[in-house]
Each structure stands twice: as structure tokens, then as C-alpha cells.
Design a protein around this ligand. Structure first.
Ligand code: SF4
Ligand code: SF4
Length: 216
């Protein structure tokens, strides 16, 4: 009789333990039901990159003065500026310019320090290639205008998840005029002009209008 009672007790303990594990698994499942969806049906849907996204560099050949500042500020001396000195005019003549995106770390130093603003970071991030040598862009490839998620008719653009309105979980089918949780950089600048105490005005020689929100 005592042995039977022990067996029943052990069986009951195991049944409660199994039910506990089952409940823990279901709790994780139910918890996911109220989380933000992160699936994007790429390439039919694409997230709109952040305004400050540092993607493929765009280059304007006509503005470049071959000063090589971009090479000196690059952590890996990556841009190749191919120029010759014209002995008659005693001026540099630019022949070619290239950046190897298979090596570039997209730090943006070259863009920041270029004196003629002929370099800019774009929102283009699809740089996959079968041959990494094809990522070495010359001035023609660098001068190509970037593809934009919002202007491509074959793509459904999704607003960036971090910019979704507060409390909104689904990035699909949002009206464009709905206010979002995060502020645009232009909105932060306007806010700083109206109320300078809310932000730090950080003036530098390179970018005198650079403004950073207060870290609170
Ligand atoms: S810093 Fe600008 S202007 Fe000077 S070589 Fe580089 S891209 Fe050209
Ligand atoms: S983004 Fe950075 S790593 Fe790439 S070329 Fe410019 S300075 Fe060099």
C-alpha cells in the first residue's frame, strides 16, 4: 500500500512538472503574439532606410579637385585618386577616381572632410556581388544615382520600424500623414531653433550647424 502511494505521489509530481514546462513554452508563444513583427517580404517589401544611413558613396567627378583629403582621412587610405600634373596650366588633371566597397567600412570620414562636397553617402545598401573585385567602383559607377526604396515601383516601401507611431506594431499600410514615434533630423533642428535649451548646439569648423539632442 505504501509503495502504491509513493508511486501515485511521484506520478502526480511528474504530471505537475510536465504541465509547468508546457505552460512555460506556451507563455513564450503568447508573449510573441504581442511583439512587433519583424518579417519583411524582401525583395517585394523593403524598409525605408534612416535619413542618416551610410550606404554606397556617391561621387561627382566635376566637383573633385584631386586634393586627396579623402585619402588622408580614410582609416585605410582607400580612395584612389588618379591625377596628373598639367605642366602648361600647372594644375592637376583628374583622370579617374575609385573606391573599393569590398574594403570600405562606410565610416563616412571621406564624405565629412571633402572640401568640395563631391562625396555623399546614399541609402543604397544592396551591394552583394559574386566577385568582390566588381565592388571596386570607378568614377562612372560612383557617379550613378542611388536606387531609392520609395521611388522604385516594383517595391512596397515600409516605414522604418523605429519610426513607427507609438503603439503601432504593424509597418504595413500606414497613412503617410500619421505622426511617428521618432523625430526627423530636420524636426530636431527646428525644435532646437525654437527652444535651444532642449539640445546641445555643437559648432565645428567642418559642419557649423551640427546639432545633437540632449542625452536624457
Ligand atoms: S577630398 Fe573630395 S575633392 Fe579632394 S580628392 Fe577626395 S573627393 Fe576629390
Ligand atoms: S567611408 Fe570611410 S573607409 Fe570608406 S572610403 Fe570613406 S573614409 Fe574610407
Amino acid at each position: 500500500m505504501l509503495g502504491f502511494l509513493k508511486q501515485v505521489t511521484a506520478y502526480t509530481k511528474e504530471a505537475f512538472g510536465a504541465a509547468n514546462y508546457l505552460f512555460q513554452g506556451l507563455a513564450v508563444t503568447f508573449d510573441h503574439m504581442r511583439r512587433r513583427p519583424i518579417t519583411v517580404q524582401y525583395p517585394y517589401e523593403k524598409l525605408i532606410p534612416s535619413e542618416r544611413y551610410r550606404g554606397r558613396i556617391h561621387y561627382e567627378f566635376d566637383k573633385c579637385i584631386a586634393c586627396e583629403v579623402c585619402v588622408r582621412v580614410c582609416p585605410i587610405n582607400l580612395p584612389v585618386v588618379d591625377w596628373v600634373m598639367n605642366k602648361e596650366t600647372k594644375k592637376k588633371e583628374l583622370r579617374n577616381y575609385s573606391i573599393d566597397f569590398g574594403v570600405c567600412i562606410f565610416c563616412g570620414n571621406c564624405v565629412e572632410y571633402c572640401p568640395t562636397n563631391c562625396l555623399s553617402m546614399t541609402e543604397e545598401y544592396e551591394l552583394a556581388a559574386f566577385d568582390r573585385h566588381s565592388l571596386n567602383y570607378d568614377n562612372v559607377a560612383l557617379g550613378r544615382l542611388p536606387t531609392s526604396v520609395t521611388t522604385d515601383p516594383s517595391v512596397q516601401p515600409l516605414r522604418e520600424l523605429s519610426y513607427l507611431p507609438k503603439g503601432t506594431m504593424d509597418p504595413h499600410d500606414l497613412p503617410q500623414d500619421i505622426s511617428r514615434a521618432g523625430k526627423l533630423p530636420s524636426e530636431i533642428i527646428e525644435l532646437g531653433k525654437e527652444n535651444p535649451s532642449t539640445i546641445n548646439l555643437k559648432k565645428t569648423t567642418q559642419n557649423p550647424t551640427q546639432i545633437e539632442p540632449n542625452q536624457e
